[in-house]
Structure formats: structure tokens, C-alpha cells
Design a protein around this ligand. Structure first.
Ligand SMILES: Nc1ncnc2c1ncn2[C@@H]1O[C@H](COP(=O)(O)OP(=O)(O)OP(=O)(O)O)[C@@H](O)[C@H]1O
Ligand SMILES: [Mg+2]
Length: 228
């Protein structure tokens, strides 16, 4: 099966003054379509660093990254921007939604101005708004929404450009556990319905049963945890 994401021996080191810190040590990973993956591990273990490398926001010190079977490791910044736009959807804890835009306009903003006038995009936005239970909120402004509603808008937005890979860094951190679970359930459902792949960093062990695989990072190494 062709993979959405493949990492081969990815390492990342940062300089802390004169000292080099190896945050990721030769990490390899393959993610297929339809898979919803959790990454957990102690604070400072490199989870966000790994997600940023996978999301083409940060370059590794060594190793290769394949997204949709394309080796992006040697890409120039302009090409990486294209990959981020077309192949990847990002969901972060503070999801950079624009407070005074409506839910609908927030989704249409992802596409460029020309595309947002396009009916295909409007249909897609309407479908996502419906799927994520936001229909009654589509004309509300972001600042009028609850934390859980905002996070669902962020999920919808991540799916707008039809990316194969969704990356979420602690998407439930600002939510209570019921709302957090609802949000992750919706993310999981969209991944399955649309046959995408998603990787979610989480501190919340109660979310792990919603994921297909659980990866653990510690001391720079990635290991796969057996699901109970
Ligand atoms: N740009 C940077 N320059 C130097 N060191 C960095 C940089 N980014 C991250 N680090 C270091 O790399 C390590 C991993 O950081 P990272 O943010 O990936 O951890 P994390 O697992 O996401 O932690 P948390 O659970 O607290 O979010 C930390 O020791 C951090 O200080
Ligand atoms: Mg982090």
C-alpha cells in the first residue's frame, strides 16, 4: 500500500549555546491512509518538533521525509510552502482562527480568493460545517463560539483543502474532557470517512482508545505502544 507519510532515520539536533541537544534520534515511521495515530511522551521529548518536521515547518538535521511518496527532504522553501498548502492540514491548540470572521468565511479563507468564489469550495465548506455539527453556527463569529466549537472549526478548516495528512498538536488541551473527547471523535470520524491519515500529539491518555496506533517518544526514540 502506498503511504501518506514515511520517515526514514529522521534526526533533529538543536544548539543550546555551545551544547548540541539531540531531540530526535533516527526516527522511522510509516503512516497509511485511514490511520489515526497518537503521539505521546513526556514534556520536552520532541513531540512538537517531530510534528513540525512532518508538517514541513522545520527541516531535520538528517534523514528523509516522504509525503504522498514524494521526498520533500531536499525541497526549497517555496516547494515546502506548496506541500503545506496542498498536502497537509494543521490543527493547533490555539488555532489562529480570526475572531471577527464567521465560521463559514473562516473555512473559505483557506482557499485563495479566486477559489473561495468557486462553488466547489462552498459545497465543501457546507459539508464540513454539517459533519462537525456547526450548522447552527455557520454565521456566528469565532469570538462568539465556545472552546469546543472553535476547535471543531479548526478541524473543519484543516480538511478544507482536502489534504491527505492532518496534523494536530494537543487539539484538546483547552477543553474539558467531555468536549475534548467529542472533538477527537469527530476528527477520527472525518479521517475514516474521507480516508485520510492523521497524527495527533496528546497528553490525554483517555483519548488513546480513539486512535489506531499509539507512538511514544522518549529520549529521542520513537516506539510503538501495544494498544490494550
Ligand atoms: N528552536 C529550538 N531551539 C532550541 N531548542 C529547541 C527548539 N525547539 C525545541 N527545542 C528543544 O527541543 C526539545 C523538544 O521540544 P518539543 O517542543 O518538541 O517538546 P514536546 O514534546 O512538544 O513538549 P511539550 O509536551 O511540553 O509540548 C526541548 O528540550 C526544547 O527545549
Ligand atoms: Mg509540544
Amino acid at each position: 500500500m502506498s503511504s501518506v507519510l514515511k520517515l526514514e532515520n529522521v534526526s533533529k539536533a538543536f544548539m543550546d549555546g555551545d551544547v548540541q541537544i539531540e531531540v530526535l534520534k533516527s526516527i522511522s515511521l510509516k503512516v497509511n491512509r485511514g490511520e489515526f495515530i497518537a503521539i505521546e511522551g513526556p514534556s520536552g521529548s520532541g513531540k512538537s518538533t517531530l510534528l513540525s518536521i512532518i508538517g514541513a515547518l522545520l527541516t531535520p538535521t538528517s534523514g528523509s521525509i516522504f509525503i504522498d511518496n514524494e521526498n520533500i527532504s531536499k525541497y526549497q522553501p517555496a516547494e515546502l510552502t506548496k506541500v503545506r498548502l496542498n498536502n497537509i492540514g494543521f490543527i493547533f491548540q490555539s488555532s489562529n482562527l480570526i475572531p471577527f470572521l464567521s465560521v463559514k468565511d473562516q473555512l473559505l479563507l483557506v482557499s485563495d480568493i479566486n477559489k473561495s468564489r468557486n462553488n466547489e469550495y462552498k459545497t465543501k465548506a457546507a459539508q464540513l460545517i454539517h459533519d462537525l455539527g456547526l450548522a447552527h453556527r455557520e454565521d456566528s463569529k469565532i469570538h462568539q463560539l465556545s472552546g469546543g466549537e472553535k476547535q471543531r472549526v479548526a478541524i473543519a478548516r484543516a480538511f478544507m483543502n482536502n489534504p491527505d495528512l492532518i496534523l494536530a498538536d494537543e487539539p484538546t488541551a483547552s477543553l474539558d474532557s467531555d468536549r475534548g473527547r467529542q472533538v477527537v471523535e469527530m476528527l477520527s470520524r472525518e479521517v475514516k470517512n474521507m480516508n485520510k491519515a492523521a497524527i495527533m500529539v496528546t497528553h490525554d491518555k483517555r483519548m488513546l482508545d480513539l486512535c489506531d496506533r499509539v507512538l511514544h517518544i522518549e529520549d529521542g526514540k520513537l516506539t510503538e505502544r501495544q494498544k490494550k
